[in-house]
Design a protein around this ligand. Sequence first.
Ligand code: IMP
Length: 177
Amino acid sequence: MPAITVHDKSFETYLPEETILQRVKEIAAEINKDYAGRRPLFIAILNGSFMFASDLFKQLNIEAELCFIKLASYKGMKSSGNVVTSIGLEDDLFNKEVIIVEDIVDTGKTLHNFLPKLMHQQPKSLKIATLLHKADATEYPLQLDYVGFSIPNKFVVGYGLDYDGLGRNLKEIYQLV
Ligand code: IMP
């Protein structure tokens, strides 16, 4: 298997481009069926989900909206942990059919902290589509409605995912050797 180096680490091909695109098509087909006539709003979480969101959106044949947001975590006044805020969410979510688009769910902490803030706006429905899920690493309960691939608890790069800023442009997904 062809290996690549990103920064100081070696990675090997894990999911080839065709495999990813085929799975994205299948997820889009499910969403096309589930959301026919419902005009969902996709909220894609930057930076990692940009490629998945783009390829997924191209395969939709229903009416749908898309926005990109960035989540920022900062230390709160108390030592109780990180608070997550969103940047770029201008749409009013009241009564909307929302689908969150993520690149990867690892511990689940990011979405677990963020979802209550979205629920506060009273969307009509809220579902999660994630390309990758590290099931063994998940510590925070989350219902994942559309999952591309369940993967082992190993670091991956490519197809939007980075290692310390690099690797997002790779067409395939690579796993740490
Ligand atoms: P969580 O809050 O632990 O679920 O982490 C989610 C975020 O961590 C993702 O949106 C990614 O930005 C990052 N992340 C987790 N695992 C990986 C990985 O294997 N490669 C690249 N980024 C990762």
